[in-house]
Write a protein that binds this ligand. Structure first.
Ligand code: SAH
Ligand code: SF4
Length: 363
């Protein structure tokens, strides 16, 4: 078979970098609240039309502008031509024995991500993705393995929640950005998404029930501390010793542990809220006496809550990423509690369908 489509000559040696930008097919889902208001003004409409659109798109999961009967027909026509409405398609759904549901979603351009619905008595939490893949390459995490494919748009993030809500047939009560991606590497879209989720005509979830989990991007932490809403923060620390953290999180070596600690102390002061620290327990790696002593030192001045998470198998080197046995995890929790640090051991939900932390890979 001949290969006519291959570039020849000089271009053949220059490999095209795929774009990580949001594709045109995202249509109306590319806009946050202020951008929707600006769009309405540019079309000669009052800004309250943005609220009406938000209600249709995210409160009622509308699939076409025809449904939006309280918008003028001329506006619906204009939007129809300029801003397609795309909704992600559920291409696979797996249900765990504990009721957790994992969704493989495909956007109009073919990009795939995973989202998870976690029921707990009458409440429903969604674990959502902020990027397709992730560029951080943490060695224990399945998401990072294939790098970053592209950014997600604000509405593409919100749609993950509406898909899960519709599938469960109930409202979402809380949401965490603990799916694929590093939220602070897609800062403005993630914040726009949180504001859309928070909007009374959309999912109307209170800011205190919306949590961002970051691997510790310091510029993002500083910006987040200055946001007016009471969104919650979780930081993936995993080790308070520089050498160990560098090995586990090789792309975050530019942010020192000391700088991270100082930034979190400033965060405490700025927002007056506690920060959650995620700490994966890897046998003989992050659970040694020296590691726990460093963790206690890191937290001494900090208003924080530590979640200890026995590492999940994520397809990475299983000989290295062995979870700490539960008996030792409990001993570590006792040691932290005695040091005055609020600590829980987080049970993984949905591990049998690979929907636990770090197991999402859009596969
Ligand atoms: N990129 C962000 C949010 C997504 S990852 C972050 O790193 O915080 C969500 C959480 O899953 C993080 O705390 C991450 O460290 C954790 N995680 C990743 N791989 C894991 C694994 N194999 N076992 C347990 N937790 C894991
Ligand atoms: Fe990215 Fe978070 Fe996975 Fe690290 S742990 S690769 S930051 S998703």
């Amino acid at each position: 078979m001949t290969n006519n489509s291959q570039p020849t000559g000089r271009n053949a040696t220059k490999r095209e970098q795929p774009s990580i930008a949001i594709p045109a097919s995202a249509g109306i889902k590319r806009y946050g609240i202020t951008a929707l208001q600006a769009l309405m003004v540019s079309l000669g409409q009052p800004t309250y039309r943005a609220d009406q659109l938000i209600e249709w798109l995210y409160g009622r999961s509308a699939e076409s502008y025809d449904q939006m009967t309280n918008l003028p027909a001329s506006l619906r026509d204009q939007l129809e031509q300029q801003q397609p409405i795309a909704r992600p398609e559920v291409i696979d759904r797996q249900i765990s024995s504990d009721g957790t549901r994992k969704y493989l979603l495909r956007y109009a351009d073919g990009a795939r991500i995973e989202a998870v619905g976690i029921p707990d008595r009458s409440r429903l939490t969604v674990c959502f993705s902020t990027q397709v893949g992730c560029s951080m390459g943490c060695t224990f995490c399945a998401t990072g393995r294939n790098g970053l494919v592209r950014q997600l748009a604000p509405g593409e993030i919100v749609d993950q929640l509406t898909v899960v809500a519709n599938d469960f047939g109930q409202n979402v009560n809380s949401a965490v950005a603990m799916g694929e991606g590093e939220p602070f590497a897609n800062y403005s879209a993630t914040l726009d998404a949180l504001r859309l989720i928070n909007h009374p005509k959309s999912l109307n979830i209170g800011a205190r029930h919306l949590t961002i989990s970051t691997s510790g991007v310091i510029s993002g932490l500083m910006a987040f501390a200055a946001e007016p809403e009471q969104f919650r923060l979780a930081v993936s620390l995993h080790s308070a010793r520089q050498q160990t953290r560098n090995m586990l999180m090789p792309r975050l070596t530019g942010y020192s542990i000391n700088a991270l600690q100082q930034t979190l102390l400033n965060y405490n002061l700025a927002v007056g809220r506690r920060v959650s620290l995620e700490y994966i327990l890897i046998d003989e790696v992050t659970d040694t006496d020296a590691e726990i002593a460093a963790l206690i030192a890191f937290c001494t001045e900090l208003n924080c809550h530590i979640n200890l998470i026995p590492v999940n198998a994520a397809g990475a080197d299983p000989e290295f990423f062995v979870p700490t046995p539960l008996s030792r995890a409990r001993a570590i929790r006792s040691r932290l509690l005695s040091a005055g640090i609020a600590t829980s051991i987080r049970r993984s939900r949905g591990a049998d369908i690979a929907s636990a932390c770090g197991q999402l890979a859009g596969s």
